[in-house]
Design a protein around this ligand. Structure first.
Ligand code: PLP
Length: 448
């Protein structure tokens, strides 16, 4: 980092990060020539790595035809083809795609569609949403209100809707009591959700929203077996919708195209982004079930929402090609294989480490959690910002990890999240674990 002369409002207002000037597969190239192994695909975005020739060609083809046309007047070939690719086969009943520019927009659209659906079917009192603590659904005000990260919410709390309440996350490492079985843990969480419905009045709840595998706030936390089936049952019994936020964990990251495929249930509404366009263009999507869209079509006839860059042809063309490449190169199989290798290597390197309390995740979406004391799972003092030290040292050593990962609301410890590109090699995976191991050990040394 160097002293700032930049006019760009960067994340830090004190430091300007180095310029990235190129990319090659899993590698990012900095202005000083350093090559950084992109072990988190940025923010779990670059699933095909950088500069995939097929995607570049598809973008160039589209640019030569049409970059933009307003969706009030036109659809476009790439938008139609992308929606067909995503929901033409109606996975889990999801039959329509609303194409936006990123994850927060996709979540906002999902929340608004759920609300509008209930107005259209004559249940306008359904205005409450139940979410979970230690979740992240985006930074726009609606998505932030859904999120359950107290630190992110705090400065904006007076601006956030009170329509969202938060229950305990299915985060076994921290929330499961000593001696409690996984089944009892799931039953306890289900009972809490049930109580929350009762507190709000079940007829007033529009939807439950959750990330099937929690990403940014907690670090790759899958739910215990049966949890999401229990959630679905409770929501169904009260006529509430299930919204899944797969912005980070979706589009193949966990080894199946949708993370919910591993849970035995499907949502009514789903948000996707990141791996959808692989970073080649900013794009996200809200997928909605046929019954919801049909009800709105039969009612007012229009979703009362919109953005200037909806279904942007360039973004859709890039995302379509990313998804075609995932199929053509059978990358979901590769994610499963490399994911098992990553998990195994992390376990070999950190399984007996006195300061690594948990190794968790699915597919190429894995995290380690650093704790001061393994038996009690006590985190390090947040003031040490240990996760930042690990990542800064890793970066110096040529390894890029996901930037977030601090102690969340005093509940979880520092974590490091890995989300390598699906096109990584087995050697890349070994190198990620080796470099991370060195960074963890020297960061721990620096805090004594
Ligand atoms: N939802 C989840 C689960 C995310 O991880 C993120 C971003 O990290 C978002 C929503 C917001 O997406 P975006 O940053 O594209 O607005």
């Amino acid at each position: 980092m160097r002293a700032s002369k930049s006019r760009v409002l960067h994340r830090s207002l004190r430091e300007t990060p180095p310029k990235a000037i190129g990319g090659e597969g899993v590698w990012l190239i900095a202005e000083d020539g350093r090559r950084i192994l992109d072990a988190s695909g940025g923010a779990a975005v670059s699933c095909l790595g950088h500069q995939h020739p097929r995607v570049l060609e598809a973008m160039s083809r589209q640019a030569s035809k049409l970059a933009y046309a307003h969706t009030a007047f036109f659809s476009s070939e790439p938008a139609e083809a992308l929606a067909d690719k995503l929901v033409g086969h109606e996975p889990g009943g999801l039959a329509y795609a609303y194409l936006v520019s990123g994850g927060s927009e996709a979540v906002e659209a999902g929340i608004k569609l759920a609300r509008q659906y209930f107005i259209e079917i004559g249940q306008p009192q359904r205005r409450h949403f139940i979410a979970r603590r230690q979740s992240y659904h985006g930074n726009t005000l609606g998505a932030l209100a859904a999120g359950g990260n107290a630190w992110r919410r705090e400065p904006y709390a007076p601006l956030l809707s009170s329509a969202f309440s938060h229950v305990t996350p299915a985060f076994a490492y921290h929330e499961k009591r000593d001696g409690e079985s996984e089944t009892d843990f799931v039953s306890r969480l289900a009972a809490e959700l049930e109580e929350e419905f009762q507190r709000l009045g079940p007829e007033n709840v529009a939807a439950f929203i959750a990330e099937p595998v929690v990403g940014a706030t907690a670090g790759c936390v899958p739910a215990p077996e049966g949890y999401f089936r229990a959630v679905r049952e409770i929501c169904d019994s009260y006529g509430a919708l299930v919204i899944f936020d797969e912005v980070m964990c979706g589009m193949g990251r966990t080894g199946t195209l949708h993370a919910w495929e591993q849970e035995g249930i499907a949502p009514d509404i789903q948000a996707i982004a990141k791996g959808l366009g692989g970073g080649y263009q900013p794009i996200g999507a809200m997928l909605a079930s046929g019954r919801i869209v049909d009800a709105v079509r039969d009612g007012s006839g229009a979703f009362q929402h919109g953005h200037t860059y909806l279904a942007h042809p360039m973004a859709c063309a890039a995302a379509l090609e990313v998804q075609r490449v995932i199929d053509a190169e059978q990358l979901l199989d590769r994610v499963k294989k490399l994911g098992s290798q990553l998990e195994r290597r992390l376990t070999e390197r950190f399984g007996n480490h006195r300061h690594i309390g948990d190794i968790r995740g699915r597919g190429l979406f894995q995290a380690i959690e650093l704790v001061a004391d393994r038996p009690t799972r006590a985190p390090f003092d947040p003031a040490l910002k240990l996760h930042q030290r690990v990542k800064a040292i890793a970066f110096e050593g040529g390894l890029g990890c996901y930037p977030a990962g601090g102690t969340v609301d005093g509940r979880s410890g520092d974590h490091v999240l890995l989300a390598p590109p699906y096109i990584a090699t087995s050697d890349n995976i070994d190198m990620i674990v080796d470099r991370l191991g060195q960074a963890v050990d020297s960061a721990l040394k620096s805090v004594g």
